[in-house]
Design a protein around this ligand. Structure first.
Ligand SMILES: [Zn+2]
Length: 226
């Protein structure tokens, strides 16, 4: 006779209850990566608006919400006048410029934590960022001080007691993928919402989703009411 499964801990949990604390990481939603930007992705502006709606509706589910931004000062070979669009790119996300600021739809959310990355090198993952809510162009010595203070995303999530990380933003094939893979490698239960991100191309999006799924990242949709 098949055993009764109603006494499992999962089944006893109230409908909709979550175990542990959850963070939302909004990756690189900046004008530089939206239509009209230096590395504009088709659908970027629409994703920015959908993420803003999502945060308006669901922010109470999150103990911690952070944004990341490409914030390049002198990123070396990451920038090129003859880019290969694999390891080298046209100038984008230039620290201190309007297109490197948060997309207006995201800026209006009043998120508490802001991580800037790629000041002096390539940085695809938000976990390479340093928390700095100002729009200053950090010098190398300011970066050293902030690093010594341990102002990293991994430390912030651990300090906040986070167990699970939801990743959204631009681009699914690049910085969202790398941020999600790092989150998973750090041991967080990691989810990417497919309707709240967009790849550079559909082909690169498929490759990214395959890599994320293989690493144990959950790919789903936000079921946002709108
Ligand atoms: Zn970059």
């Amino acid at each position: 006779m098949t055993s009764y499964v109603g006494d499992s801990p999962v089944a006893l949990r109230p409908e909709g209850a979550e175990m542990g604390l959850k963070a939302l990481i909004i990756v690189d939603v900046q004008p530089t990566f939206c239509e009209g930007g230096e590395l504009g992705v088709d659908g970027g502006n629409a994703v920015a608006r959908r993420i803003a709606s999502y945060v308006d509706e669901r922010r109470c589910e999150y103990s911690y919400i952070a944004t990341t931004q490409d914030w390049h000062v002198e990123p070396g070979a990451h920038f090129s006048v003859t880019p290969d669009f694999i390891d080298s790119w046209p100038a984008h996300g230039v620290a201190g410029t309007p297109n490197a600021r948060l997309h207006p739809a995201i800026a209006a959310l009043g998120v508490a934590h802001h991580f800037k990355k790629g000041q002096y090198g390539a940085a695809y993952s938000g976990f390479e960022g340093i928390e700095d809510g100002s729009d200053r162009v950090q010098t190398r010595s300011q970066m050293d001080v902030m690093l010594a203070q341990g102002r990293t995303l991994a430390n912030a999530l651990r300090d906040a007691g986070i167990d699970a990380v939801d990743v959204v933003g631009i681009a699914e094939s690049h910085c969202v993928k790398q941020t999600a893979l790092d989150a998973r490698n750090l041991g967080f239960d990691t989810t990417v919402y497919r309707d709240l991100t967009v790849p550079v191309s559909e082909e690169q999006g498929e490759d990214a989703r395959r890599a994320m799924a293989a690493a144990g990242v959950t790919l789903t949709t936000s079921r946002l009411r709108r």
